[in-house]
Design a protein around this ligand. Structure first.
Ligand SMILES: Nc1ncnc2c1ncn2[C@@H]1O[C@H](COP(=O)(O)OP(=O)(O)O)[C@@H](O)[C@H]1O
Ligand SMILES: [Mg+2]
Length: 180
C-alpha cells in the first residue's frame, strides 16, 4: 500500500525527469475541514492540455524503459477514495503544479509514512535540483530550503550520506502529528 511519503517521492521524480531545477513540496492542513492538501510545483518542461487529460490514464507515460505510468493515476485514486481530488495545472515550457486533496478523517486515507526520511532522500538524492519543503497548519509554518542547507554545508555535498540523516532530523513534522 502506498503512503503519502511515497506519493511525494513519485511526483517529485516526475518533476526531476521533466528537467525542473526548482521543486516546491507543500503540505497544508485544514483542521476544520479535516483536509490535507499536497502541492508539488516545478519549473520543468510542463505538459500541454491534451497530455494533462491523458496522464491520469494508467497506460500513459513518456518514459521508454517501462511501459505504463502509474504515479499520477495512483495518486488520483488515493485522493478520490477519501472524497478528495487530483488537479494538474501545467503550461509547456513553464512548469507544472500537481495538487492532491485528502479527507484525512476518512477510513481509506493513506497514512503519512516517513515524511522526514522522504524529504532527506529527495534533497540529498538530487543534488543538482533545489527543493523547498513546507508544512502549513493554521498560523504555523515549517519551511526548509535545500539552497540554505547547501550554503550552510560550506562545500560538503548535500549528497553526502551523513547529510541525509541531518536533513531528516531537521524536518519538523509536529504540525502533522494529529493526522494519524
Ligand atoms: N511534473 C511533470 N512535468 C512534465 N510532465 C509530467 C510531469 N508529471 C508527469 N508528467 C508526464 O506524465 C507522465 C505520467 O506520469 P506518471 O503517472 O507519474 O507515470 P510515469 O512517471 O511512470 O511515466 C510522465 O511520463 C510524463 O510524461
Ligand atoms: Mg511518475
Amino acid at each position: 500500500m502506498k503512503d503519502l511519503a511515497m506519493h511525494i517521492i513519485d511526483i517529485t521524480r516526475n518533476s526531476v525527469r521533466a528537467g525542473a531545477s526548482l521543486i516546491g513540496i507543500r503540505l497544508d492542513v485544514y483542521k476544520t475541514e479535516k483536509l490535507l492538501k499536497m502541492t508539488i510545483k516545478d519549473n520543468g518542461c510542463g505538459m500541454d492540455s491534451e497530455m494533462i487529460l491523458r496522464v491520469t490514464d494508467p497506460f500513459v507515460t513518456s518514459r521508454t524503459t517501462r511501459k505504463v505510468g502509474l504515479g499520477l493515476p495512483f495518486l488520483k485514486m488515493n485522493a478520490e477514495q477519501t472524497g478528495g481530488a487530483l488537479s494538474i495545472q501545467s503550461q509547456p515550457g513553464e512548469g507544472t503544479v500537481v495538487t492532491a486533496t485528502f479527507d484525512y478523517s476518512h477510513i481509506d486515507c493513506v497514512p503519512l509514512g516517513d515524511i522526514q526520511g522522504t524529504v532527506a532522500l529527495i534533497m540529498s538524492g538530487n543534488p543538482n535540483q533545489d527543493f523547498e519543503f513546507e508544512i502549513c497548519k493554521d498560523e504555523s509554518v515549517f519551511a526548509l530550503k535545500s539552497t540554505e542547507i547547501k550554503d550552510a554545508l560550506d562545500g560538503i555535498s548535500i549528497a553526502n550520506p551523513s547529510v541525509a540523516k541531518m536533513i531528516a532530523e531537521m524536518v519538523d513534522t509536529n504540525l502533522l502529528s494529529d493526522l494519524q
